[in-house]
Design a binder for this molecule. Structure first.
Ligand SMILES: NC(=O)c1ccc[n+]([C@@H]2O[C@H](COP(=O)([O-])OP(=O)(O)OC[C@H]3O[C@@H](n4cnc5c(N)ncnc54)[C@H](O)[C@@H]3O)[C@@H](O)[C@H]2O)c1
Ligand SMILES: [Zn+2]
Length: 359
């Protein structure tokens, strides 16, 4: 209990400050936190899996179960949720309580930000990605039809309650994805934090305390950046490290490769390009690759077509004119944005990566 309390912290936000609490009993927390009028928005899978802990809350509060997919998380998909809330007496002084992963978070955050000019909301993140990354940072984007994350803003919850054992029911792929997503924070932060991650992450796949430590550290690093650049104008952009390369992998594999695994490949590709440009010695890339290759094990990407891949990179929203807005590596704690020409040399590097570096 003492250990878990130690992890709690507050995030300062331009919209309103909010608190992150690590909890060791889901039922106790839910039963004591929820108040009359609170309306639960819950991932249907989580609802079934955690039935015994949630039953009392679901019996005493109104709730809407959602299917956690990208279609639900869309401008069109939230319509029915909003309609149900209005029809069932949800009021401005009531709160929404999200229980689920990043999808449930984005749906609830978006609705909270627009209903009655803003209602308070609370979040119980249930995936590793949501616990170790997305739960803080205030972003609320949802999809518009098939266009991903095109509509939204910034609107944090009031409280976030992290229950690390939610990991126990996640699919292995989701665990790898969460571990990969958290890794990029540690490299952006510096060598000491990277070493901590490298020495702890294997244990975090199975041990609760190791996992809590990594989640906590990941959020602590992210907190430092969002508190100075909440609206993602400048400093926060380094967290796109691995993401330009990664998004192209996600979309070209039709999301067979989940986000955090794609980001792990993306970080390695960014490091590969950084070595080619003489920004880091190959030893740095090799050291990070020992971790990333462990994370992507069992999820190969060697079927991606190189031309299609380069074409996908050219669509990234961070590009300026004909140049790619890549986040590159000058060393631990020295990740930076670089406008890179998508020329013949760059193409040769990508080709070399796909042909030689994935073995
Ligand atoms: N707002 C942000 O800052 C932010 C940041 C990163 C990602 N995202 C968004 O988050 C979404 C991805 O979220 P995610 O990776 O957390 O996954 P998710 O919400 O899509 O959930 C993944 C799967 O796991 C299931 N699930 C959730 N919790 C579970 C549990 N404890 N046990 C078993 N199954 C469980 C879900 O039903 C779903 O099938 C994307 O839409 C992405 O765009 C948002
Ligand atoms: Zn990410």
């Amino acid at each position: 209990m003492g250990d878990i309390q130690m992890y709690n912290f507050k995030v300062t936000s331009i919209i309103h400050d909010y608190e992150v609490h690590f909890i060791d009993s889901l039922k106790q927390s839910i039963d004591s936190v929820l108040m009359e009028g609170d309306y639960i928005i819950i991932d249907n899978i989580v609802k079934d899996l955690y039935d015994e802990y949630l039953q009392d809350a679901l019996d005493t509060h109104k709730f809407i179960g959602i299917d956690a997919n990208e279609k639900t998380k869309s401008y069109q998909g939230v319509e029915s949720v909003i309609e149900e809330l209005i029809q069932n007496g949800f009021r401005k002084n009531h709160r929404l309580v999200a229980i689920g992963g990043g999808i449930t978070q984005d749906v609830t955050a978006f609705i909270s930000s627009i209903m009655y000019r803003g209602v308070n909301w609370i979040f119980y993140p249930t995936t590793m990605l949501a616990q170790g990354d997305s739960c803080i940072g205030s972003k609320t984007s949802i999809n518009f039809g098939r266009f991903k994350n095109q509509v939204g803003g910034f609107y944090p919850p009031s409280y976030i309650y992290i229950f690390p054992p939610f990991k126990d029911t996640l699919k292995e792929k989701e665990i790898r994805s969460g571990m990969g997503e958290m890794l990029h924070y540690f490299i952006v932060s510096g060598k000491e934090d990277f070493d901590f991650y490298r020495d702890t992450f294997k244990a975090a796949f199975t041990e609760k305390d190791a996992l809590s430590g990594i989640i906590n550290k990941s959020l602590e690093i992210k907190k430092r950046y969002i508190e100075i650049d909440e609206f993602d104008k400048k400093e926060r952009q380094v967290f796109n490290y691995g993401h330009t390369f990664g998004h192209a992998i996600e979309s070209l594999t039709q999301y067979r490769i989940p986000h955090g695994i794609a980001v792990s490949y993306g970080m390695d590709m960014s490091n590969f390009v950084s070595v080619k440009m003489g920004l880091i010695p190959s030893e740095v890339r090799d050291e990070i690759r020992e971790v990333t290759s462990y994370i992507w094990e069992g999820y190969p990407i060697d079927d991606i077509d190189i031309d299609t891949y380069i074409n996908a990179l050219s669509k990234d929203k961070k590009n300026v004119g004909m140049q790619l807005g890549l986040i590159l590596n000058k060393g631990y704690g020295n990740i930076f944005k670089n406008l890179t020409d998508s020329d013949k040399t760059f193409r040769e590097w990508i080709e070399e990566y796909f042909l030689n570096e994935l073995k």
